[in-house]
Design a protein around this ligand. Structure first.
Ligand code: TYM
Length: 339
């Protein structure tokens, strides 16, 4: 863990407002680390609504999900006194820096992003937009705009982070050292990839089958039901064997992340017990862990003027940094900087 001296270093991360509720993968893979990093970094966290446009959302639903996502950041423990919490589209420099980065990104380089390849294979040529192709460059702009040193994300974002690093290094090589800070991914191995409860070889995802995911705002009954119905593996013994027992390993990872007990410790506790015991206990643990989260989210959503004030203040603080960093980069490119 970083020392106090790191407080003048920045962390940046974002989550897309593409669902009414975040899921357990978002929480354990990213949001939990966001909260922890607040004691050691100056943190900047964003609801990345421009990214969400790549899936063509209904405007009213998008607006509502932006607020719901911000409320969930707060409910998880993002502290607006210490950290900057803002909506991406309120800071125009994100789009402006994206253009500069577009002009130093190779077409082939962007085309190699596996998330783009997967999504475009699913959508077919007619469904793929330039925005979807450019998505990782906008993500690099998000990060570089705040001179971020660390970026807490799940495993699925690693390749995008590599692109951000490559672009930062390219900026420094072409336009002089100090043009950009080269960011590092902050990925916690044990929760970097939470798997689908119905298909423990696929990551838990907003686009997966509903019964495979735990939404953080789900009713306790639903959470318990989904965990109890999780697919487990052949055999009866509870062991830590991610390769041969991916279903049990996924449940143990979730259990471990929610309680702080190591998977090995849990295996000892459940020696001689059946899969069903583990599921019943984990259902209780998850329900109790998520109950305050759900209640706090509802409180933040019930007070729109407080939420607006937090987001406005966040946008103002984010803009101050973004304007300065964009100005520095734009000047080096030789383009003018808005007054
Ligand atoms: P998004 O909105 O898809 O996901 C938000 C965060 O949740 C993590 N995550 C997972 N972690 C573990 N297991 C899972 N099953 C799982 N599913 C999702 C993601 O890795 C992510 O950290 N491109 C980003 C959003 C973004 C961003 C940024 C992130 C835009 N600009 C700048 C960091 C910095 C994304 O699509 O996340």
């Amino acid at each position: 863990m970083a020392g106090v001296s790191e407080l003048n270093r920045r962390a940046f991360s974002g989550i897309q407002p593409t669902a009414d509720s975040l899921h357990l993968g978002n929480y354990l893979g990213a949001l939990k680390q966001w909260v922890e990093l607040q004691s050691s970094f100056q943190c900047v966290y964003s609801v990345v609504d421009l990214h969400a446009l790549t899936v063509g959302p209904d405007p009213a639903a998008l607006r509502q999900r932006v607020r719901a996502t911000a409320a969930q950041f707060l409910a998880a423990g993002v502290d607006p006194e210490r950290s900057i919490l803002f909506i991406q589209s309120q800071v125009p420099e994100h789009a402006m820096l994206t253009w500069l980065l577009n002009c130093i990104t190779g077409f082939g380089e962007a085309g190699r992003m596996t998330q783009f390849k997967d999504k475009s294979a699913r959508l077919g040529e007619k469904g793929v937009t330039v925005g979807l192709f450019d998505y990782p460059v906008l993500m690099a702009a998000d990060i570089l705009l705040y001179d971020a040193h660390v970026v807490p994300v799940g495993e699925d974002q690693r390749q995008h982070l590599e692109l951000s690093r490559d672009l930062a290094e390219r900026l420094n090589a072409r336009y002089g050292e100090g043009t950009a800070v080269v960011p590092e991914a902050y990925i916690v191995k044990s929760t970097a990839k939470i798997y689908d409860l119905q298909d423990p070889t696929a990551k838990m995802s907003k686009t997966g089958h509903p019964s495979g995911i735990i939404e953080l705002l789900d009713e306790p009954k639903v959470i318990a039901k989904r965990i109890k119905a999780a697919v487990t593996d052949s055999g009866m013994e509870i062991t830590w064997d991610p390769e041969n027992k991916p279903g049990i390993a996924n449940l143990l990872s979730i259990y471990s992340a929610l309680t702080g007990k190591s998977p090995q410790q849990l295996v000892q506790e459940y020696e001689g017990k059946m899969y069903g015991h583990l599921k019943v206990d984990l259902a209780d643990v998850a329900v109790e862990a998520l109950r305050p989260f759900r209640e706090k989210t509802a409180l933040f959503l019930a007070d729109p003027s407080q939420l607006d004030a937090i987001l406005d203040q966040g946008a103002a603080r984010a803009s101050e940094i973004a304007r300065q960093v964009y100005g520095r980069v734009a000047q080096r490119f030789g383009v003018s900087v808005p007054r």
